[in-house]
Write a protein that binds this ligand. Structure first.
Ligand code: ZN
Length: 290
């Protein structure tokens, strides 16, 4: 099996981590990774944490983040979580090709859950011609998230450095799904066995998911964490966390739950296939890759 697709099971659900590619963050377009990912970290503890992850403080200039979508075949529904980044980077937009390799045609997907409206999660909603890439799917998004991007609020609240590219993707990739969209505003079951979990902060309606079958659970925590150091230092925010305080509260709630319930965890930006467990460590947690 290629390393772009990783199959696993949650109870009777057949799951698949599917790579959409990766993007390298760093100057001159982005700040150095330590500033981008841990914008409020005090210098001393930051240097210590980086060293523990074999990163050289002051010399860490590139962070290559995987983009990993999740496909779940519940037996009743074929669900895709996030559509990847489309044309965002030179090495992104591989989702559909990888799904096909795994035997999944885009037409077969009946439900697409969008965890939030950032380019790397909605960039594959449409194909090169602007046509819906998953023509038979209903889309599900948190209501506050949709409203944020479709009203003037995003324009007012986004940081000027990222505003242009974020708005460009939202304006191009959200309107085409409007006619097939279900908005949720509370923690409800999206399809049997897959529940929406509120996780605001990274964006106003950022959504996590709990996938349960046969007594097993997968917690998809999406962008509540971007790097494993966020588990160890949950109070450190990324420059792209719109509401840092809320983001930290959501992160703590999800990590607490993951550790307490010993759930398998899926994180969109973690090293492929993005799967692991969350283990309590001191005041924080530690990432244990599966
Ligand atoms: Zn993301």
């Amino acid at each position: 099996m290629s390393i772009e697709v990783y199959r696993f099971k949650v109870g009777t659900f057949k799951c698949m981590a599917v790579s959409d590619g990766a993007l390298t963050y760093g100057p001159p377009i982005f700040p150095p990774p330590a500033v981008f990912l841990f914008s409020n970290a005090p210098e001393g503890p930051l240097e210590q944490a980086l060293k523990e992850h074999k990163l050289v403080p002051g010399q860490w200039m590139e962070w290559t983040s995987p983009y990993i979508c999740l496909a779940v075949d519940t037996g009743e529904h074929l669900v895709l979580v996030d559509t990847g980044a489309g044309s965002l980077g030179p090495n992104t937009g591989k989702l559909v090709q990888n799904l096909r390799v795994a035997g999944i045609a885009p037409e077969g997907i009946d439900t697409v859950v969008l965890t939030h409206g950032h380019p790397d999660h909605i960039g594959g909603n449409t194909d090169d011609r602007g046509e819906p890439a998953f023509p038979n799917a209903r889309f599900v998004m948190w209501k506050g998230e949709w409203d944020f991007w479709m009203s003037g609020e995003a324009e007012l609240r986004l940081d000027e450095h990222v505003r242009e590219v974020l708005l460009k993707f939202a304006r191009r990739n959200l309107p085409p799904i409007q006619g097939k969209l279900d908005l949720v505003d509370h923690e409800t079951e999206i399809v049997p066995g897959i529940r929406a979990v509120a996780a605001p902060g990274h964006t106003p309606g950022h959504m996590a998911l709990a996938v349960s079958s046969g007594g097993e659970q997968l917690l998809h925590i999406c962008d509540a964490v971007l790097h494993p150091i966020h588990l160890e230092q949950p109070q450190w925010c990324a420059a792209v966390d719109l509401d840092p305080e809320q983001a930290v509260a959501s992160r703590r709630r999800l990590l607490n739950r993951a550790a307490a319930e010993k759930a398998l965890v899926f994180a969109f930006h973690f090293p492929f296939p993005g799967l692991g467990h969350v283990v309590q460590k001191g005041e924080g947690w530690r990432w244990q890759p599966a």
